[in-house]
Design a protein around this ligand. Structure first.
Ligand SMILES: [Zn+2]
Length: 244
């Protein structure tokens, strides 16, 4: 018996939201997964479309928190796989020869507390999911494109925790929050000149102020991302205002 099977017997996989044991190693049981509502809109932030996988709610928040705060790899992979489906929509609607996925960074304090950079890991898993999901489709279509990631954004200054802030407070809090890694931009100047479709990546979009600041940082360097991609969306983009 291999180790992973033994571990499965000792610690059977369970749903991160309701705790029910599940057969396959997945983040959610089928009933919980069925409560997730696909996000089909394309709201604009800084005149670019936000693509997202599902609406924020109780189950979505359990998956996101486990990935983010408990370093739950199964949950992070689950988010990445759902986001790969949304990426396929971007590749379809905004065709490019290459894409550059840029994670929205957390604060340095949050990275230190967690011991890892959450959106960076999520973006790497997303690229893996995109490659395994789309590699066959790409071969069939003869329209090869590549997808890579670069950590071009970094926190420029300290920001407050956003949880209890209103939308205008969040916008003020995030203003000037990011700067671009000019060293990396210089190093990758040639490939950036070829105009890859830059896509900003985050796990959750609430008021859009964080994405808006990411867009602003790029535009200040005359780079214009083509879209934004998140696992889920809450707040002003949702009719029922689940945002918190
Ligand atoms: Zn469940």
């Amino acid at each position: 018996m291999i180790l992973s099977e033994l571990l499965k017997l000792l610690y059977p996989p369970s749903c991160v939201s309701c705790g029910r044991s599940i057969l396959d190693e997945s983040a959610l049981c089928t009933p919980c997964e069925n409560t997730l509502i696909d996000f089909r809109e394309r709201p604009l932030i800084a005149n670019r479309a936000l693509y997202s996988s599902f609406n924020y709610g109780e189950v979505a928040s359990d998956v996101i928190l486990a990935a983010k705060e408990s370093h739950d790899r199964t949950c992070a992979k689950y988010l990445a796989e759902r986001m790969a489906i949304s990426f396929a929509q971007i590749a379809n609607e905004l065709p490019r020869r290459s894409y550059l996925l840029v994670p929205i960074p957390s604060s340095r304090a949050a990275d230190r507390r967690r011991g890892f950079a959450h959106t960076k890991i999520l973006t790497s898993l997303l690229i893996k999911a995109i490659e395994s999901r789309l590699v066959r489709e790409r071969q069939e279509s003869h329209e090869a494109w590549e997808v890579r990631t670069l950590d071009l954004l970094m926190p420029a200054r300290r920001v407050s925790d956003q949880t209890l802030l209103t939308a205008p407070e969040r916008a003020r809090n995030m203003s000037g929050a990011f700067s671009l890694r000019t060293d990396l931009i210089r190093r990758h100047e040639q490939s950036l000149k070829l105009g890859p479709g830059i896509i900003l990546v985050d796990d959750l979009v609430t008021t859009g102020s964080t994405m808006n600041e990411g867009m602003r940082a790029f535009r200040s360097a005359s780079l214009d991302p083509v879209a934004m991609l998140s696992a889920c969306v809450a707040g002003r983009f949702l009719a029922n205002k689940i945002g918190r």
